[in-house]
Design a protein around this ligand. Structure first.
Ligand code: PEP
Ligand code: MG
Length: 325
């Protein structure tokens, strides 16, 4: 099967009825980057900047960050890279940075909350990104946004760094795009305001699911209890894709679910056209996609989203099997 997946590398990611889906990879370390090209993915849909911070023993300064981000862009060889600003706290611990002892770390002082409360850290990171992307495209995505105002403040910090760079006479990025991760359910009720301000939105289904079902993503006792392939989760996602389509805003999904063929099938049926996943998912998801007829699946998915079941995984599996997907 490995050979089969490798053979799909240069084939287009298109359904049988001609719908193209962009498949991208999640990455965090430079060693992940070769996977971008080996898998034939279109870009890095999620670059987790906290990962290189986690493997060091002290906070990297601006110069070290510039070097790192520039190497990521170099290695991507012109394919787009979406840099997510630091998402520390929760399950991501920096050994050299204390933070706080929250009772509920994943709902605690983490990610953009730290970034806005301690802006020196976020500003340094944004400065490094602006400098590393001089003359190239820069995509920046902010994690754990719960209110539109948090995005506005974060974007303002980024704009200030761009101005600072040009005031210094430095080269600025050719184009800057900004977006948010949708991981906090409350943001889904602010979409009309949000869509006017962002270039893109990426659903972080790992965190989103844990908050939708109030179910710790790291607790093995809960691991199989709630399902993204369930009417509540699918209804939620359908509502997001419909609103993003109406607003003409680029919407992607970048959680682990995107890398599992059955889940990816449901996500495409629910309207997602950009999926970002761990690199080993690209081959299997592309094979699934190329055998899929999207039209009937879309109608079926709307039907499934209205069923009174806890999970529709079995029905989707049977659907895929019956159609040779
Ligand atoms: C997510 O929450 O789905 C996500 C992609 O981000 P992370 O797994 O890094 O929290
Ligand atoms: Mg997350």
């Amino acid at each position: 099967r490995r050979q089969l997946f490798a053979a799909t590398r240069d084939l287009p990611a298109v359904t049988r009825d001609g719908v193209a889906v962009s498949l991208q990879v999640n990455a965090g370390l430079l060693v992940d980057l070769p996977q971008l090209h080996a898998s034939g993915a279109d870009g890095v849909g999620l670059y987790r900047t906290e990962v290189p911070f986690m493997v060091r023993d002290s906070f990297p300064d601006v110069a070290a960050q510039v070097e790192l981000y520039a190497r990521v862009l170099d290695q991507a060889e012109g394919k787009p890279v979406t840099f997510r600003t630091l998402d520390v706290g929760g399950d991501k611990v920096l050994p050299y940075w204390g933070g706080t002892e929250d009772d509920n770390p994943s709902m605690g002082w983490r990610a953009i909350r730290i970034g806005l409360d301690r802006p020196a850290m976020l500003r340094q990171q944004l400065r490094a990104l602006v400098c590393a992307a001089a003359g190239r495209d820069l995509r920046v995505m902010f994690p754990m946004i719960a209110e539109v105002s948090e995005f506005v403040r974060a974007k303002h910090l980024l704009e200030r760094e761009v101005q600072r760079q040009s005031a210094k006479g430095g080269e600025v990025p050719a184009r800057v795009e900004t977006g948010v991760m949708l991981e906090v359910p409350a943001l889904a009720w602010q979409l009309p305001t949000l869509f006017d301000l962002v270039d893109f939105v990426s659903v972080g289904s790992n965190d989103l699911l844990q908050f939708l079902f109030a179910s710790d993503r790291g607790n093995p006792r809960l691991a199989r209890r709630y399902d993204i392939l369930s009417p509540p989760a699918l209804s939620f996602l359908l509502s997001l894709t419909r609103q993003a389509d109406d607003a003409g805003v680029r919407l992607s999904l970048c959680g682990e679910a995107a890398g599992h063929p059955l889940e990816a099938m449901a996500l495409i049926g629910a309207g997602f056209r950009i999926l970002s996943m761990p690199p080993p998912g690209i081959g299997p998801v592309k094979l699934m996609l190329r055998s899929l007829e999207l039209g009937p699946l879309q109608a079926y998915l709307h039907h499934l989203a209205g069923l009174p079941h806890a999970s529709v995984r079995g029905l989707l599996r049977a659907y895929a099997r019956d159609r040779g997907v």
